[in-house]
Design a protein around this ligand. Structure first.
Ligand code: HEC
Ligand code: HEC
Length: 493
C-alpha cells in the first residue's frame, strides 16, 4: 500500500501540471505542497516591522536600565553601510561580500536570512561602488540566494584541483578596486568561473540570528544531557559536538557549529564578509590563496581607511552626543566597538514567534508537530533544550526555553549534502542540525540555499551516509495529508 502510494507520488512528481491535467489527475492527489513563506512579523505579533525587530521582553522593559539603548544602538550599527574611506563608517574591504550586516541578514526583517531581492547582485553597481572593477559572479543572481563562496581545495600551479590541499576558506566576491574611495588598491576577484568549471566551489547562505542569545546562554551540561537522552534511538542517529579549539567547550553558531560565541562570529563576519578589521580580528584578510601560498595583500591595499588598525575600535570618546541628547545610557552605548554592539544586538533579539493557526489551521499544525516527533525528526531537531543558564546581562536571557528545534550537534548528512569543507571537528559531510525556529518565514533552505521548497529540503536529508535516511523514509511513508500537516507545522514556526 505504502509502496504503491510512493510510486504514484513519484510518477506524479515527474509530470508537469499540463501532463497531470491530460491524465485527469487534479485536486488532492497533487499531493503535499510547501505552503510558502508565511507573512506577519517574525518575533512579535505586533510592533515588529521591517526595520525594527523586537528585543527580548526584559530589554523592552529596559531592565537593567540602559539595556534598551544598547539594543537600539546595536541595531543601528547592524544596518549601517560601510565605505572604504572618507565617510563616517570606514574600513570596507579591500575584499568583501557586502557592505552591511543587514544586507545578508534581512529576511523577513533585520537579523534574518537572505531576502528575495539578492543585495549581492546590485551592491557593486550602485553609488560609489559603480566605478569598481567587479564582475558579478554567475551564481549571484537577482532573486537567487544571498551566498558566500568557498573553494574546498586549492588549485595547483597548472590550475588543476589539488585534492591533497584542503582550502575551504571564504573567497570574497568583490574588491574595492576602481572605487574613488579606494586609492590605487588593485586586486583581482577570485576566478569563480574556473572554480565552477572544476567543480571546486561550494556555497553558504546566511543563518538567521533571532533568539541567538538564548542559544549562546545554554550551559554545555544541558546540551550534553540531551545528547545522552537521544543516544539510544533506533534510527541510526548519533551526533557529536564541534568543540572550540581554545577552551574545549561546545561551539554552536554557523552551519557547522564552528563558532563559539556571537562576539566571535561578529568579529569574524566583520572581517570576512565586509573586510573590516576589529578588536577580535585585527589583521586585514587576504584570500586563502594569497594568505597561504602568496605574499598576502599588497601594501597599496592596506590601511585604506587611513586611521590605522583595527578599523573598528572602542570609542573612548563617544562622538555623537546630539544623537544621545541628555540620555547618558544612549551615550554609553556609543562607547563599545561595532563588533561588541553587533553581538549585543543579536544577543538581545527576541526569538521567532510561531503561529498557532497559519498555515493550514490549528489541528493540522498540531498533528504535524506530533508527527515531527513520532517519525524521528525531533531526535536531531530537538524542540527545546531545557532552560538557559542565569544571565548577568538581562533577565529574559536566563531561565528561558529556546524553542529552536536543534540539538546543536553536528551530524553526518551524506554525500548529497556534503560540501567537503572541514571546520573545527566538523568534517566534509557534517552539519549542525539547523535550528528550525523562524522557518515559516525563510525563503531559501539548506546550507547552500539550493531550494526554496521545504519538501525538497526534507528529501535532500537522505543520501548515502546520512544519519537522517531512516527518518526521511518514515516521512515518505506518511500519507499525503500527514506530510501536509508536517509542512504546515514547519511553516507555522
Ligand atoms: C555577505 C553576506 C553576509 C554578511 C554581510 C554578513 N553575514 Fe552573517 N552570515 C552569512 C553567512 C553565509 C552565514 C553562515 C556562515 C557559515 O556558517 O558558513 C552567516 C552567519 C552568521 C551568524 C551565525 C548565526 C547562527 O546561529 O549560525 C552570525 C552570528 C552572523 N552571521 C553575524 C553577522 C554580523 C554581525 C554581520 C555584520 C558584521 C554579518 N553577519 C554579515 C552571511 C553574511
Ligand atoms: C540526523 C539528524 C537530522 C534529522 C533526523 C532530520 N534533520 Fe533536518 N536538518 C539536519 C541538518 C544537519 C540540517 C542542515 C543540513 C544542511 O544544510 O546541509 C537540517 C536541515 C533541515 C531543514 C532546512 C533548514 C534550513 O535552515 O535551511 C529542514 C526544513 C529540516 N531539516 C526539516 C527536517 C524534518 C521535517 C525532518 C524529519 C522528517 C528532519 N529535518 C530530520 C539534521 C536532521
Amino acid at each position: 500500500m505504502v509502496m504503491y502510494k510512493n510510486l504514484i507520488a513519484t510518477a506524479v512528481r515527474r509530470l508537469t501540471p499540463a501532463g497531470l491535467l491530460a491524465l485527469g489527475i487534479s485536486g488532492p492527489i497533487l499531493a503535499q505542497t510547501d505552503p510558502g513563506v508565511r507573512g506577519g512579523a517574525i518575533n512579535g505579533q505586533t510592533g515588529a516591522t521591517a526595520t525594527s525587530p523586537l528585543p527580548l521582553a526584559s530589554v523592552t522593559a529596559n531592565s537593567p536600565q540602559g539595556v534598551s539603548e544598547f539594543f537600539q544602538n546595536g541595531l543601528t550599527r547592524f544596518v549601517t553601510p560601510e565605505v572604504v574611506s572618507g565617510g563616517t563608517n570606514n574600513g570596507l574591504g579591500p575584499r568583501f561580500n557586502f557592505n552591511s550586516c543587514t544586507g545578508c541578514h534581512s529576511q523577513p526583517t533585520v537579523g534574518g536570512s537572505g531576502p528575495s531581492a539578492n543585495p549581492e547582485f546590485t551592491v557593486v553597481s550602485s553609488g560609489i561602488a559603480s566605478s569598481s572593477t567587479n564582475t558579478v559572479p554567475s551564481f549571484i543572481t537577482a532573486h537567487g540566494p544571498t551566498r558566500e563562496a568557498r573553494f574546498p581545495f586549492f588549485f595547483d600551479a597548472v590550475g588543476g584541483v589539488d585534492t591533497s590541499s584542503p582550502n575551504g576558506g571564504v573567497e570574497d566576491l568583490y574588491t574595492v578596486s576602481g572605487r574613488s574611495d579606494a586609492g590605487s588598491c588593485s586586486l583581482q576577484q577570485p576566478s569563480f568561473s574556473a572554480a565552477q568549471q572544476a567543480n571546486n566551489i561550494i556555497f553558504r547562505i546566511p543563518t538567521p540570528v533571532f533568539g541567538a542569545g538564548l542559544l549562546e546562554n545554554l550551559d554545555d551540561s544541558t546540551l550534553l544531557n540531551n545528547q545522552t537522552a537521544q543516544a539510544n534511538n533506533s534510527l541510526g542517529i548519533s551526533g557529536t559536538f564541534n568543540r572550540n579549539g581554545n577552551d574545549g567547550t561546545i561551539a554552536r553558531f554557523g552551519w557547522k557549529a564552528q563558532n563559539k560565541s556571537l562576539e566571535l562570529f561578529a568579529g569574524e563576519a566583520y572581517n570576512v564578509e565586509m573586510g573590516i578589521t576589529n578588536e577580535v580580528f585585527q589583521n586585514e584578510r587576504p584570500l586563502p590563496g594569497e594568505e597561504q601560498q602568496g605574499p598576502g595583500l599588497p601594501s597599496s591595499c592596506l590601511n585604506l581607511g587611513g586611521a590605522g588598525y583595527p578599523e573598528d575600535a572602542t570609542n573612548f570618546q563617544p562622538t555623537n552626543p546630539q544623537q544621545a541628547g541628555s540620555d547618558t545610557f544612549a551615550l554609553n552605548a556609543q562607547i563599545p566597538s561595532d563588533t561588541v554592539q553587533f553581538a549585543m544586538f543579536m544577543r538581545l533579539l527576541a526569538p521567532p514567534v510561531p503561529s498557532t493557526t497559519t498555515p493550514g489551521g490549528a489541528s493540522s499544525i498540531s498533528q504535524g508537530s506530533s508527527l515531527f516527533s513520532s517519525i524521528g525528526c525531533s531526535v536531531c531537531h530537538t524542540p527545546s533544550l531545557g532552560h538557559t543558564q542565569p544571565s548577568n546581562i538581562t533577565s529574559s536571557l536566563g531561565g528561558a526555553t529556546a524553542h529552536a528545534f536543534t540539538d546543536l550537534e553536528i551530524h553526518h548528512m551524506g554525500t548529497g549534502l556534503a560540501d567537503n569543507v572541514s571546520q573545527g571537528s566538523a568534517g566534509g559531510d557534517q552539519f549542525r542540525t539547523a535550528p528550525l525556529w523562524g522557518l515559516g518565514q525563510r525563503i531559501f533552505f539548506l546550507h547552500d540555499g539550493r531550494t526554496t521548497n521545504l519538501l525538497t529540503a526534507i528529501r535532500d536529508h537522505s543520501s548515502s551516509g546520512s544519519e537522517a535516511t531512516q527518518v526521511i523514509d518514515n516521512f515518505n511513508n506518511l500519507s499525503t495529508s500527514q506530510q501536509q500537516a508536517v509542512l504546515n507545522f514547519l511553516r507555522s514556526l
